[in-house]
Design a protein around this ligand. Structure first.
Ligand SMILES: NC(=O)c1ccc[n+]([C@@H]2O[C@H](COP(=O)([O-])OP(=O)(O)OC[C@H]3O[C@@H](n4cnc5c(N)ncnc54)[C@H](OP(=O)(O)O)[C@@H]3O)[C@@H](O)[C@H]2O)c1
Length: 325
């Protein structure tokens, strides 16, 4: 495993992070609670991650209605592993039926951090993220609430997820003006099929010393090559469970591009998943990639991608094979 300092923090993290969004469900989708990996599979993944030296775990209060955090908490306790793991969790997505059960208001954040701490069975969250922007709440209120949590010792660092470059810059300015803790991390989707973050946010992250973590480096499984034009989606695959985020890739140029990537990987004698993950990991703008393995073998495959070194020229040639938004 390789380790890196997250932005300007004292947090040293593995460059592969274990995404726990599939524990007990599929991300924050309330209608898919119970459709993800069960607790036993989640424990096997966390055990395998630890054996591979992965120290960064990613979850959210809303993942599988809290089950993801709960199972991580149980695993940490049963393995006495809290000190070995850098825990990231998030707040913002809907967690209940009441209109106030979501968002980035100070009230909701104060309430939700307690619920996360309880489920995770810890007294401090290493990295606490705003899961998405909340247009109904001024960012100053959110950053001030995060700052209070840091001062209270409940959170070590605060960050943002799914914020645009302009919103990250605004958060930086507001934190400086309000004299509250600056955000240290931006977590957004980034892969060969979704390159928006590089053009939009990498410069501002570099300027502000914010570490960028890339989620869905395999584009939710699309960059495994398992989806083929004109064929049914494999049983149990992400596209059969939650196709909505990926529907703009259901077109001939994307299928053709993924096939070309598969040939480029075969020329190197590696699976497409390793080429795609290496493409993300070798981007100088990326601190860590948050992977979503379904079984321990997927983890071994991801770890092997660490040995695939791509130059900038090679990265550009690979990117040219496939359309990327
Ligand atoms: N902040 C946010 O808004 C946000 C959003 C999304 C994700 N995340 C975080 O990022 C994590 C990872 O996201 P992701 O699951 O979309 O990542 P991903 O690594 O792009 O996709 C994971 C999917 O790829 C397939 N897969 C993984 N390894 C494979 C391998 N070696 N061979 C073949 N197929 C493989 C599996 O698909 P099948 O399930 O189809 O088998 C798996 O579910 C989440 O768990 C979560 O922690 C955060």
């Amino acid at each position: 495993m390789r380790y890196v300092r997250l932005g300007r923090t004292d947090l040293e993290v593995s460059v592969l992070a274990l995404g726990c969004g599939g524990f007990g469900g599929v991300g924050s989708a309330a209608d898919l609670i119970g459709r993800g990996d069960d607790e036993q599979a989640a424990f096997a993944l966390m055990d395998a991650a630890r054996e591979h030296g992965i120290t960064l775990f990613d979850t959210a209060n809303a993942y599988a209605g809290g089950r993801s955090e709960e199972w991580i908490g149980r695993w940490l306790a049963s393995r006495s592993a809290r000190e070995q793991v850098v825990l990231t969790t998030k707040v913002r997505n809907r967690v209940g039926a009441d209109p106030a059960d979501e968002g980035l208001s100070a009230r909701h954040i104060r309430e939700q951090v307690e619920a996360s701490l309880r489920r995770l069975r810890t007294d401090v969250i290493d990295l606490y993220l705003a899961h998405e922007p909340d247009p109904a709440v001024p960012i100053e209120e959110t950053l001030t609430a995060f700052d209070e949590l840091i001062r209270a010792g409940k959170v070590r660092h605060a960050g943002l997820s799914n914020f645009s470059g302009a919103q990250v810059a605004e958060a930086g300015e507001v934190a400086a003006r309000a004299r509250v803790a600056a955000v240290v991390n931006l977590q957004s989707g980034y892969s060969l099929l979704d390159r928006t973050a590089a053009a939009d946010a990498f410069d501002v992250c570099a300027r502000l010393g914010i570490g960028f973590t890339a989620y869905s480096p395999l584009a939710g499984g699309w960059l495994s090559g398992k989806y083929r034009s004109g064929e049914a989606f494999p049983a149990g695959s992400r596209m059969t469970l939650r196709p909505q985020p990926y529907e703009n890739w259901l077109n001939p140029p994307t299928f053709a591009g993924i096939q070309a990537l598969g040939w480029a990987a075969a020329e190197r004698g590696i699976p497409l998943t390793q080429l795609a993950l290496a493409w993300v990991l070798t981007d100088p703008g990326v601190c860590a990639a948050i992977i979503g393995p379904r079984r321990p073998q997927h983890l071994a495959d991801a770890v092997a991608a660490l040995d695939v070194m791509l130059t900038q020229q090679e990265r550009e040639a690979i990117a040219a094979l496939v359309p990327g938004s």
